[in-house]
Design a protein around this ligand. Sequence first.
Ligand SMILES: [Zn+2]
Length: 355
Amino acid sequence: MKNLIKLVVNLTVLCLFFLNSSFLYSQENNNNFTVVLDPGHGGKDPGNRGNGYYEKNIALSIALKVGSELEKQSNIKVIYTRKKDVFVNLFKRAEIANKAKADLFISIHCDAFEKSNAYGAGTFVLGLHANQRNFEIAKKENSVIFKEEDYEQKYDGFDPNSPESVISLVLMQEDYLDQSIVIADLIQKAFVSDLKRKNRTVKQAGFIVLKYTYMPSVLVETGFLTNKKEGAYLNSKKGQTEMSKSIAKGILRYRNSIISDLDNNYTDKYFLKIQIASSSKKVPLKSYNFKGLGNLSYLKDNNTYRYYFERTQDYTLAKLMLKRAVKSGYKDALIVAFKNGKSITIEEYLSSYKN
Ligand SMILES: [Zn+2]
């Protein structure tokens, strides 16, 4: 009997260990969340000059406002790639973020187009250009490397004018793609629902500045300086304040969803995941086995392995993650709720855990 109890205890410890390790989040549970804000262009590189405005000045002003908004919160560290009107090359910008071991990299820009009627805000993650228009936007933002010396060596022979060259950009950021899409979605959501900006959605394109970072990274095109109304809005204090508040809101929502907040005892008890598959076989948790999705975990229940994608406490965010899973091909994916590692119904979750 004693031995049996011992065995049960041992098994329980083993199970707890298993539960813990399978749900370990890939991000470090560091109480300090570091955001790198990257105002596009600067110094000899003015960015676009739509309607006579300076993209570099507007991007800087918005970034500084995002930073001061974030700094109102505790446990957030803000680092800028530039705080003044100076030239910083793209490689250096990524290096600043990597050195800081940042949790998030946000590059801020304004768009331009030959036709002045184009307007709206869009957010980009690194990827292959789905169309010519996205390629043109990335080409414009990448062309700054021509202003740098030795750019050919620095960027491994990358040619901003060649669509093929972009393919080589993509692979390194792949590990962070899911999280990058989540943060991009949250920023877009704030632009559209709070500010009623025209939604140019979350898109993928080959931006060099996003290539070299080792963390979730997005590039925000806040709007078109070439559009009369939007240009004036982005150049105004009101426009810059509103846009920066929305960006900060997206960042905070993202942070709250992923960090294990040490001040909050409830954090580990309740959470949501996206169940994407189940199988009698154990499948290695590699994104190539799961249609490119990352942040995977599994639970074994009797003889069934259930596979999950992502983890959050925010129900709205879980719905965005579900959308991503479905879009990746998991048509039957669903949100599942957990309390102390055991699954509970969504209703139970929503009534007991207040977001
Ligand atoms: Zn730009």
